[in-house]
Design a protein around this ligand. Structure first.
Ligand SMILES: [Ca+2]
Ligand SMILES: [Ca+2]
Ligand SMILES: [Ca+2]
Length: 133
């Protein structure tokens, strides 16, 4: 754990000013006030859900997630087995291998609360640490 934290700090320190995390932050901060509100975080999770829901039926089956995130190597056989990533497990609260919008949004709320260190209901750039929202 300690090692992980140190490693994280180290890699954060050597990141360029306009890192990937910064562009993600700016993408979520729709009103550009340098804070992410709960509403902005929710809007982001809804966009994420729509990205995953390739057939737009309001459900994200694991296979859709695999395709949307390109988790299967191009050389692998179609529909070959892909390990379920921790992120998917975290979102699939009832474990039925289908993500609902509610499931995706509720993980967003949990992450928001974890990131909001000073509890002011918004995420500053300093608070926005990996894996973010
Ligand atoms: Ca904002
Ligand atoms: Ca779907
Ligand atoms: Ca589910």
């Amino acid at each position: 754990m300690t090692l992980l934290v140190c490693g994280g700090l180290l890699s954060a320190a050597i990141q360029p000013a306009h890192s990937f995390a910064e562009s993600r932050f700016l993408g979520m901060d729709r009103d550009a006030d340098n804070f992410i509100s709960l509403e902005e975080a929710e809007a982001y999770r809804i966009r994420l859900f729509k990205e995953y829901d390739l057939n737009s039926d309001g459900k994200v089956e694991f296979e859709e997630y695999v395709e949307a995130k390109r988790l299967r190597p191009a050389t692998a056989a179609p529909h070959s087995k892909v390990d379920v990533p921790d992120e998917y497990r975290e979102m699939d609260a009832d474990g039925d291998s289908i993500l609902t919008l509610e499931e995706v949004k509720s993980v967003g709320v949990k992450r928001f609360q974890a990131l909001d260190k000073n509890g002011d209901g918004k995420i500053s750039k300093e608070e926005f640490v990996s894996p973010g929202l």
